[in-house]
Design a protein around this ligand. Sequence first.
Ligand code: 5AD
Ligand code: FES
Length: 348
Amino acid sequence: MAQFAAPFSDDFLLHYITTEDPAEAEKLFAAARKIRSRHYGEDVYFRGLIEFTNHCKNDCRYCGIRKSNGKVERYRLSPEEILHCCRIGDLLGYRTFVLQGGEDPWFTDERMAGILCAIRRNYPDHAITLSIGERSRESYEALFRAGADRYLLRHETANNGHYRKLHPPAMSLAERKQCLFTLREIGYQVGAGFMVGAPFQTPECLLEDLRFLEELRPHMVGIGPFIPQGDTPFAKYPGGSLQLTLRMVALTRLLLPKTLIPATTALGTISPDGRERGLMAGANVVMPNLSPRAVRKLYALYDNKICTGDEAAECRLCMEGRIRNSGFVPNMARGDSAMEAGAAPARI
Ligand code: 5AD
Ligand code: FES
């Protein structure tokens, strides 16, 4: 397996990005599994996902909840409803809550801090992850002080030209990257990530994604296939392939052995066993849904999203079964990343 040792050349990475040979892909997955086992054993960590608002001031061309999509029925969970999701999650054994939403100005720093403090008070030992997009340094600092410890912000693509094709002119890759480095500096465990098979993506874009991850060294990396959403400008573009997404998961595992990689809902959406195959390609996290069933269908980033009709307890059990059946071990602990901590000032 000597060829799967760092440093990885551009030629090596491009070979595995582009290969159509199933035997080559299998070799890559086996190497990724071996590295994951070395650092995390066969454990797969659970995170409870709470999709608390589908209001968004942004207009990303791929995303179903973009502001120009007039067909979306918008919702916001109240702080009480969010806390109720946490209560159910805690009873189901979750020790990490992920609060995800569109970029919704209603959730000011004050309101977010209030929610975070309440969760912290009730669950002092749980990890709280935010995934609420780009905000100012001051805002990230305030939310960190209020109790958030992790932040997911996918970079989406590390190629400038490609970034511009996916986003409106008001957004920039430089700003996105700056947010990620700022979050890391503040002391958050940071998650970056990208979509596979997004319109206009080339193998070279994916190579840039991997090189950017090497530079940022995030604690988590979310990778999922692009899936068209019928009411967006990209409605007619083809979705990303399962195989390419799995190869990107495996390559990310080779480059960042200790990072946490979810087997994403999007993977499970394009193939019934997509999440299991993600685990077999080096992923080690799942993020079952804790959102109230009444709003799940409304958080439609892409079409045909799975688990929108299931109760939190069903997803919890379903994932446990899927993990065991694939030869892995469900782990409900906080599951902090084995990556080294960021250059972080102590929390004040
Ligand atoms: N297909 C797949 N993933 C998508 N996301 C947003 N829209 C889509 C889509 N159409 C992903 C983005 C975002 C994350 C929350 O969901 O990568 O960062
Ligand atoms: Fe939701 Fe399987 S994870 S039903």
